[in-house]
Design a protein around this ligand. Sequence first.
Ligand SMILES: C[S@@+](CC[C@H](N)C(=O)[O-])C[C@H]1O[C@@H](n2cnc3c(N)ncnc32)[C@H](O)[C@@H]1O
Length: 226
Amino acid sequence: MISGPADADAFILANTVVATPPLVPELRLRLASAVVPIWQATESALEEIGVEPPYWAFCWPGSQALARLLLDEPERVHGRSVLDFACGCGIAAIAAAKAGAQAVANDIDALALRAVAINAGLNGIAVAVQGGDLLAQPRAAAAPLPAGEGQVVLAGDVCYQQAMAERCLGWLRRRAAAGNEVLLADPGRAYLPAAGLAPVARYRVPTSRDLEDSESRDCIIWRILP
Ligand SMILES: C[S@@+](CC[C@H](N)C(=O)[O-])C[C@H]1O[C@@H](n2cnc3c(N)ncnc32)[C@H](O)[C@@H]1O
């Protein structure tokens, strides 16, 4: 059973290798590889040791695209506060910090937040982490996030399950309506909404056939319209 940051870090280091995501080769991350296939561990085996499905051990196409955009166009976030919602391994927050933003990475999975800290350190950059379920905030809390708390909100690859997509989109739209700039990066997941989005950039992201059943995915970064 994982109980505390030291155990979490040991688990992450034991189950990942240092790798470079294909679309963002200038960054290094601790990721699962074919040599340490924790994604294939059965759900019950992970449950026994108190581990959620390890999304943080993979660099999903959405956040790779966001990271590419921010490293190529740092002026989008330079000097601004950025919230990487549902950050997973944290690549989008790390890229935002490299681009000169004050970056905060949020995820409900405590292991993801440890992975972000390790990954930020690997890239010589600081990223603050914030646990907890921001989607559970009351609807009334839809005022703009205060300066320093997510003038720009990033959401990479969050439309992979219907319930998650519906919950997220409601919250992301409220953030946009409240004045935050909200960028959603999606590689064609089934539950992406059909309306209320404006395209910002498009990337072809190399992927693993094991994980995505395809050699690459077309990923579009959308601005969520208020
Ligand atoms: C497919 S992964 C995407 C991770 C990352 N954005 C990327 O593109 O690599 C989805 C992530 O959403 C996180 N998640 C699910 N529900 C969440 C919630 N209510 N608040 C924050 N994170 C959540 C999961 O823990 C997981 O890390």
